[in-house]
Structures are given as structure tokens and as C-alpha cells.
Design a protein around this ligand. Sequence first.
Ligand code: ZN
Length: 109
Amino acid sequence: MTSPLTCPRCNSTEIIFHNYARKACGAIGTTAGAASGIASTLGGAEIGATIGFIAGPPGAFVGGIAGALMGALLGGAAGCITGVAVGSTIDAKVLDNCECKSCGHKFTE
Ligand SMILES: [Zn+2]
């Protein structure tokens, strides 16, 4: 966030950033990324299971879960970053992301 940003109507520097799209897209991206992470890391789960198999059946189970979880976390993080980037662009270009606390004027950055 680059303040000082000033209100185009009253020149106040008391500006609120809403970041609606940023938050929404971040959440959507995290969910989508986690889902695709789980799907694409069924391979990772297999690797985990294979490594865990050395430690016996319980090891294979734990290894498989760990592999799938890792995929979900990584996918979710990647999706979140993508979603936030997309949302930030929408906020900046499309929505009235900024609101002046002094006069209530809404405007884009
Ligand atoms: Zn203002």
C-alpha cells in the first residue's frame, strides 16, 4: 500500500482500502489451489506411501496422508498468491477500492 494517497475531492489523507476483490479472490484461490493440490498430489501421496512402506503398513498410511496434506498446503498457498494478485488488480482497476474517511468519497487508486 502506497500512502500517502489523498482524496480527490477534499485532499484528506485519511483513506480506507476495502480490498474486497483481493480478499474474495484470495479465499477462492486458496480453496481452488488446495483442491487442485490434493488432486495433483495423489502422486505425492503415492511417493509418501512408497517411502513410508519401508516402515511397514502404518508408515505407508502416514506417508500417504503427509504427501496429500503437503500437496494441499502447497497448492493452497500457490492458489492464495494467485488469487490475491488477481483480486488486487480487480480492486485497483475495477472497484472503488478507496474511501475517504473525511468526506465519504469513494474512488479507485
Ligand atoms: Zn474526501
